[in-house]
Design a protein around this ligand. Structure first.
Ligand code: ZN
Length: 265
């Protein structure tokens, strides 16, 4: 994009490339898919054709249609639900290659942007226009439980409403999101022996207690590392009131309240 990108809504006629999709969605290579095929793709990728994903592939297609041709783009979604999968189904941007960023902001919107300039297009839902589409309204505002939802009517609403309920505007991504953030130096964690970024501390985050796993009794009984000291590592909460291997604070009540080196400075 040579010209400076001005933020603001895109009028349908002003779209750079034709956004008129004869089919329901289009992938980054230009292959088109009907509504039914989109439902199938959603099922294959996501486990079931979630309404948000079926609408999402249309949103991603619309954003792509507004980018100048051959733009190398990255993506950001403003929700964790469904939309990230729409990006992954239709584009090369994935969670794993870091070209897709998921920001849990709670809005059902996606933006695609030139990965060097940060200029791009955001597609969101125009909540004002949903009143004409009761099932779609009920879905977005969660006024019905999944059980009460009329799926057929909802898919019909999505298909019929199509782009009429979407708004498209030009955006520019904050420069800090364009920077490649390096992890910095990597070292071996003395606790678990696995590689970890030194920036996380002296031991890895898992050994610091940040683990998705339950510590089962069988895991506790597993034989310890050959080189491990005969002490048990516990979380800070568990350590309260118990003896320490070494004094981390060097505070001696009534005598000294900081390391000597700190008071010397
Ligand atoms: Zn570790």
């Amino acid at each position: 994009m040579g010209k400076k990108n001005s933020n603001g809504p895109i009028k349908k006629a002003a779209a750079g490339r034709s956004s008129a999709l004869s089919d329901w969605c289009r992938d980054y290579k230009g292959a088109c898919y009907t509504f039914e095929e989109s439902m199938e793709m959603a099922r294959a990728f996501h486990g079931y054709p979630a309404p948000g994903l079926v609408l999402g592939v249309r949103m991603v297609s619309l954003a792509m249609a507004h980018l100048p041709e051959k733009t190398l783009f990255d993506a950001v979604t403003e929700t964790r639900s469904c939309l990230p999968d729409a990006v992954q189904i239709l584009t090369l941007c994935t969670v794993g290659n870091n070209w897709l960023k998921i920001m849990d902001l709670g809005r059902y919107a996606v933006a695609l942007y030139d990965k060097t300039t940060g200029n791009g297009v955001r597609v969101g839902i125009d909540s004002q226009k949903l009143e004409k589409w009761p099932e779609l309204y009920a879905w977005l505002f969660k006024t019905k439980t999944k059980h009460e939802q009329d799926s057929e009517a909802l898919y019909r609403d999505i298909q019929n409403a199509s782009e009429s309920i979407l708004n498209t505007k030009r955006i520019a991504i904050q420069p800090r999101h364009l920077l490649k953030v390096s992890q910095g130096a990597i070292d071996v964690c003395p606790g678990c022996g696995e590689a970890f970024p030194v920036a996380h501390g002296n031991i890895c985050r898992v050994c610091q207690g940040d683990t998705p796993y339950r510590i089962s009794d069988t895991a506790r009984m597993e034989k310890p590392l050959k080189s491990a000291p005969s002490v048990k590592r516990v979380s800070a909460e568990q350590a309260v009131g118990r003896g320490l291997l070494h004094d981390m604070t060097e505070i001696i009540p009534g005598e000294k309240k900081a390391r000597l080196s700190d008071t010397d400075r």
